[in-house]
Design a protein around this ligand. Sequence first.
Ligand code: HEC
Length: 448
Amino acid sequence: MDFLNNSVLPQSAEHIQLLHYLLILIQFLFIPFISLLFGGSILSLLMKRRAKKFGEEKYFNFAKDIMEFVTISKSVGVIIGIVPLITMILIYAQLLQNSQISNLNFLVLSLASIVISLILIYSFRYSLSFKRIFKAISPTEINDKDISSEIKKISEESDHISNTAGKYGVIFLFLGIWLFITGITIPIYYNQWDISSFIESIFALKVLTRLVLYILFSFTLTGGLILFRYFNLEKNSATSENDYYKFVKSYSKNVSIRSGIFIPLFMLFNLLSIPAVDLSGTVFTYLVFSLLLLFLGYHFLYMLNKSYSAIFTSLLFLVLVFSLGFFIVSEQTIMKNSTKVQSAILSADFEKYLAGLKGEGTGTEVNGAEIYKVRCESCHRFDQKLIGPAHKDVLPKYVGKEAQLVAFIRNPVKVNPEFPPMPNPGLKPNEAEAVAKYLLERFAEEQK
Ligand code: HEC
């Protein structure tokens, strides 16, 4: 993926911030849609199999309705299934530019897999409608034997294609989701990710926990969507007490409850795997919101036992979507924390690039020792704690990493809870470089 890496420009700190927001927004669209598509396709396939086994019309209708709910329309599949994924690839390419780790190959493969799956799943959806038509022109009503057997043949073939499309669609979608989750998990563990092999990455425990979590979300949400859609269809009809609706209700409710009940457990597993330094109060706040909404969802599901109403199902679907949404925000916040230094390096590069454009930093030599005296000694001594830490204590982690030190000096981030945050000293890129060089040289000197 060098091509993507080389095609992006250095970014300012504000721009990087914006990219993080954009990422959240896009995932908030993409993940629920893909989750519904996945949960819905599986339930629909299961129903179709049941329809075949028991020969009952209601299962078949259910299979068809589910697919109509989750696929929405053909253009939606492209707009929310593919465009966001491409955008995400570009955003990650910028955020992780020039860094040691990359998630791009996973995301690009995921895109390929999801494109294939969308084609198959949409074919499956339309084949279900065709089947309806074949059923309508039932062979018994046609007297001509040839035509009747022809129709039967085409109907069976179409059924076969439909099953194959549905099955492979789900398999490709699953692969696509798995690769996508690997892709978004890697940057969350930016400072810790030491796995380079492809296979080991996709089987990493952190990836698998997330995969299970998102799949649980996907079924919970799908159950919620089905209830929501049926109740809003049902409002005007008097059919609410017939067998079919009863079946749909209890089935969807059970799917939601059985998968939703395990979500908090996997959230906990997930949380435990995250390095403490990347957890901030904000991360916990979003997680708490996510859980509260989920519990509210349980509550609405429980209320549905007593009375079915369109309002409960609408609320149910809404709280489930936002529970997933807050989880996504919490994950992205962790990623933002763990890539803090990477972001500072990128924006330092940007300042340098900008300074280069303006012709700064190429003129007179700057003196690192001078700058240190004037700009840093009000808070720092080399070997003594003052307002800031003694430099000899903090420099070891920057040995051989001048770029990171420059990045910190140009854009200090909160590091040690025992100290207040360091204000930005407002140095030009070449000045920051000179001080960093001076400090590292002095440190090396004193180690001798
Ligand atoms: C107004 C006070 C102040 C000034 C001026 C200041 N610093 Fe700091 N510096 C701090 C504080 C406070 C910390 C601890 C921040 C933290 O741990 O979050 C710190 C931390 C650091 C660290 C350690 C970073 C780390 O990763 O642990 C370095 C390196 C550093 N400063 C370099 C400089 C340099 C170089 C200058 C001059 C250009 C400078 N500081 C000017 C207050 C200051």
